[in-house]
Design a binder for this molecule. Structure first.
Ligand SMILES: Cc1cc2nc3c(=O)[nH]c(=O)nc-3n(C[C@H](O)[C@H](O)[C@H](O)COP(=O)(O)OP(=O)(O)OC[C@H]3O[C@@H](n4cnc5c(N)ncnc54)[C@H](O)[C@@H]3O)c2cc1C
Length: 478
């Protein structure tokens, strides 16, 4: 269990159960947390560990052999996977498109003596439905809508049923002999393990932010009940979290504690009072963002972000699974544009340290960076502005990319995700079109300004929130 860290509504786990029954072998679920991943920190580690502890409870409920493993200096992971899979008939894992996971999977396949199956449980449609990555959201939207109308997939949205649990327990009784010598399983106080890890980054966990499936389901219910109906009109407006119309689900999707399919159904059943079925999708107008899935504008706009915008990033890396992501992934028109503007004069230039400490001249940028550092999150609109300004205020496009990648992945709970990279690359023009007039540094890449953001939205409430986060009584920026 590397990417989709849950037992319910999980394609890889369901497939593993099916195969274990066929082979009549015990099914062992291994969930590891290594200590050396890039941008590791106590913030991210604690978040993942909370989810693992919940998985232990769920594994006990459904009767599955679950081997959680937290690597520490005293208990290093070297050789562990080989040892675990020594007697395995087969290994099933996730086919996740980026960060360390594709390389981990490839290495695993080389190490073990059995077949390794990587299952694509990333989205509603299997990514093999698409011949190639899409160059713009409108193109992928059309492909997705047409494919859903043509071949609606059987979703994996239900929890394990009573009769299935009996079968799972029977699988557990087929005891395997693979338990390794390493310390598998949790000690009495699993959180104490965090003190035994030399984190490379000093980033603290955020009070009140909790990892795991229960929190993901709570956020989904809260979103549907209190925010969904405003999503169509208010989703872009930055505000304090309780007043934004967005769901806050991206970290939970990233760690796989909730599945895209279950969000999709919960939203559609809510807006159709339980009457949704695939026939209700718009067969006349595939590609119509506002009207495709249901009669509710808000639900359609939300599902478009959840499916089209999320998938465009996942699909972008899914086939090639590049080890290094950089500006070479940009389209030719952007590259030509940057070539022309590379030497343009920059009015402001900041170092990584100045950016990281929110020490620019721009109050909105500093606010967004403060939100990221203090909460591990940043509102989508602010994220776009945040990325654009780093491009404007660094001496080279490459340096801007490195700074954005570093800050996003170091602080954000949802970082290290395909959408981290496509979100950042979007700021450089990926999936976008040329904009006019041609500008300094950006050329024809879309430009964003803090002044227009302030004109577009009432920013007081957001800025007050950031002020509170920084321990200042009223506003961060008097
Ligand atoms: C510079 C930059 C960096 C980004 N880094 C990340 C990142 O590290 N991880 C990440 O998951 N997203 C990233 N995004 C995309 C987007 O900002 C987040 O997915 C969104 O803000 C998550 O908040 P939410 O869950 O409340 O979204 P909601 O608005 O409630 O949307 C629901 C879900 O739809 C998907 N989604 C929504 N908006 C987008 C979008 N613009 N692009 C892709 N998927 C979207 C997410 O999975 C999200 O959880 C980045 C965008 C930019 C511009």
């Amino acid at each position: 269990m590397q990417a989709y860290r849950r037992f319910d509504t999980n394609h890889a786990f369901s497939h593993a159960v099916k195969l274990a029954k066929e082979y009549q072998k015990e099914l062992v679920v291994y969930e590891g947390l290594r200590m050396d991943y890039p941008w590791n920190s106590k913030r991210i580690h604690q978040f993942i560990l909370e989810g693992m502890m919940e998985n232990q409870t769920r594994a006990d409920e459904i009767g599955i052999t679950y081997w959680p493993y937290v690597e520490t200096l005293k208990n290093p992971a070297k050789g562990l996977l080989k040892e675990i899979s020594e007697n395995a008939a087969l290994v099933v894992t996730d086919d996740f498109p980026c960060f360390i996971i594709p390389e981990q999977t490839a290495k695993l396949a080389k190490k073990v003596n059995c077949q390794v199956l990587a299952i694509d449980g990333n989205s509603l449609l299997p990514f093999s439905s698409f011949e190639r990555p899409a160059s713009a959201a409108r193109i992928l939207r059309l492909w997705i809508h047409k494919e859903l109308n043509r071949n609606y997939p059987t979703p994996n949205t239900t929890l394990w049923k009573k009769e299935e649990l009996k079968e799972l327990k029977e699988l557990k009784e087929l005891k395997s002999k693979s338990k390794p010598n390493k310390q598998i399983g949790f000690p009495k106080n699993p959180m104490a393990l965090l003190e035994e890890i030399p984190f490379q980054n000093d980033v603290s966990p955020v009070k009140g932010v909790k990892g795991g499936r229960k929190e993901a389901l709570r956020l989904l219910n809260e979103f549907i009940k209190n925010k969904l109906d405003q999503y169509g009109t208010k989703r872009s407006e930055p505000n304090r979290p309780e007043l934004t119309a967005t769901s806050g689900l991206s970290p939970y999707l990233h760690f796989g504690w909730i599945g895209l399919e279950e969000i999709f159904y919960a939203v559609l059943q809510h807006v159709t009072k339980g009457k949704w079925n695939p026939e209700r999708m718009s067969h006349e107008k595939p590609g119509d963002r506002e009207n495709f899935y249901s009669p509710s504008l808000s639900a359609n706009m939300f599902l478009d972000e959840l499916i089209t915008w999320r998938d465009i990033g996942y699909l972008f890396f899914w086939k090639d699974k590049p080890k290094h992501i950089n500006l070479n992934h940009l389209p030719d028109w952007v590259k030509a544009n940057f070539k022309k503007h590379t030497k343009d004069h920059r009015e402001y230039v900041y170092t990584l340290e100045q950016f990281e400490n929110a020490k620019t001249h721009d109050e909105l940028w500093n606010a967004a960076q403060t939100e990221l550092v203090k909460t591990g999150k940043m509102h989508n609109y602010m994220r776009m502005l945040w990325g654009k300004k780093v491009i404007e205020w660094t001496n080279s496009y490459e340096e801007a990319f490195t700074i954005l990648e570093h800050l996003n992945n170091k602080y954000a709970y949802d970082g290290r995700n395909p959408n981290s990279y496509t979100g950042i690359l979007w700021c450089f023009g990926l999936f976008d079109r040329p904009w006019f007039p041609e500008r300094n540094v950006f050329g024809n890449v879309r430009f964003m300004s803090s002044d227009s953001t302030k004109k577009k939205f009432k920013m007081n409430s957001y800025l007050e929130y950031i002020g509170e986060l920084s321990g200042k009584s009223n506003s961060l920026f008097p």
